[in-house]
Ligand binder design. Structure first.
Ligand code: SAH
Ligand code: SF4
Length: 400
């Protein structure tokens, strides 16, 4: 079983555009090293790092030529060795509800092949959430998840994770001074991307180092500047990495719980065989900084006649006692080949009532972007893209 990005079985070499190394996703220290390498004197390093950081993350620069507060010579030196290139946008779909899904292609790393991943933007009243991928595919094969049917190809690098944020901001016109491009559903004031969730393809805690670097850049006050309260990392329960997530990242935590008994969770989330419910909840109780405003979100996918009885709801409440928690009920999103059926709406509401009466907020997550397969658990990229016949089957399933 893979534990972290440093696992040697997962290739995740850094690379850029040809031989040019991208400056996106690098720490300030790494940036300083690159600047020294092109001859920037020591006394200027701090200032230059701050300038580049601002261009990359506040202004969204895509070309060194834009960096007009640096000499032409330095810009030329940087562009001969480095790139700020975004991924190729293979596809951009806009759902009837305003949700957007991008299929991004990243160039090969080392001897590998180009990879494709999906990123989703969900506009809502007063906020906009960007759902990021952490891996190409997933090793974990949860039985209700479409991504889980795609084998792990490789971990994404920090550059590729940060690039999802920057490219989405490019497309939405969310850099300062930009004006929104199109899409009437987008709010016209404030930050379009106000929240980030690591809930796309992959298990972020099996790519810890890269996810950490990318999320720290996203939270950096001199850069992308999202508050850690507005960044949520979702895990299927990699227990040994939960304490480090709290200590080193300090972002909000979401746990994909989905079942209240080990026999059922073993089946739905096979990682449970390694880290059973009791161990998972102990790690949650110990999560640093836990308090009522900093609650853990427990995600619970509603599967008809599988995990949706009122006895399950009561057991859920009993299990979570003492943990500041919110329970997010997710109506199951179907995908071609899936065996499950979404619980009836009445049953979801009855389940929510039990949880509510015990004092927990239990919002039912409105499915977003189902028509473009952008809802939770529906993501799956090329490297294995949906065939037309599969898509038609899905559309028929949604319509019917
Ligand atoms: N791998 C991480 C993060 C990505 S999944 C994790 O599992 O937590 C984001 C959320 O969508 C998880 O709670 C996941 O269990 C849920 N999900 C997966 N497939 C789904 C589906 N078909 N319908 C609804 N939710 C689903
Ligand atoms: Fe992987 Fe999360 Fe899907 Fe499970 S639910 S297969 S951990 S992406």
């Amino acid at each position: 079983m893979l534990e972290t990005q440093s696992d040697s079985r997962i290739p995740s070499a850094r690379a850029g555009d040809g031989d040019r190394v991208s400056l996106i996703g690098q720490s300030r220290q790494e940036l300083a090293g690159h600047l020294r390498a092109v001859g920037v004197p020591d006394r200027q390093i701090r200032m230059r790092v701050a300038q580049i950081w601002n261009w990359l993350y506040t202004r969204g620069a895509t070309d060194f030529a834009m960096m007009t507060n640096m000499s032409k010579g330095l810009r030329a030196d940087l562009s001969s060795r480095h790139t700020l290139k975004r991924p190729e946008i293979v596809d951009e779909q806009v759902s009837a509800d305003g949700t957007r899904k991008w299929l991004f292609r990243f160039p090969p790393r080392g001897a590998g092949r180009p990879v494709e991943i999906e990123t989703v933007y969900i506009p809502e009243e007063g906020r906009g959430t960007l759902c990021l991928s952490s891996q190409v595919g997933c090793t974990l094969a949860c039985t209700f998840c479409h991504t889980g049917t795609q084998k792990l190809v490789r971990n994404l690098t920090a550059e590729e994770i940060v690039s999802q944020v920057l490219t989405a901001r490019d497309r939405l016109g969310d850099h300062p001074g930009d004006t929104p491009t199109d899409g009437a559903a987008l709010p016209t004031t404030g930050r379009l991307i106000s929240n980030v969730v690591m809930m796309g393809m992959g298990e972020p805690l099996y790519n810890f180092d890269n996810v950490k670097q990318a999320l720290l850049i996203s939270a950096d006050g001199e850069g992308i500047g999202l508050s850690k309260r507005r960044i949520t990392l979702s895990t299927s329960g990699v227990v040994p990495m939960i304490a480090r997530t709290g200590a080193e990242l300090g972002v909000m935590l979401a746990i994909s719980l989905h079942a209240v008994r080990d026999d059922l969770r073993d089946e739905l989330v096979p990682l449970n065989r390694k880290y059973p419910i009791a161990a998972l909840l102990d790690a949650c109780r110990a999560y640093p900084g836990l308090s009522n405003p900093r609650r853990i979100t427990f995600e619970y996918v509603m599967l008809k006649d599988v995990n949706d009885s009122l006895a399950d709801a009561r057991e859920l409440v009993r299990l979570l006692r003492g943990i500041p928690a919110k329970i997010n009920l997710i109506p199951f999103n179907p995908w071609p080949g899936s065996d499950y059926i979404c619980s009836d709406w009445d049953q979801i509401e009855r389940f929510a009532d039990v949880v509510n009466r015990a004092g927990y907020a239990s919002p039912i997550r409105t499915p977003r972007g189902r028509d473009i397969l952008a809802a939770c658990g529906q993501l799956k990229s090329e490297s294995e893209r949906m065939r037309i016949r599969e898509r038609m089957a899905l559309e028929a399933m949604i319509a019917g």
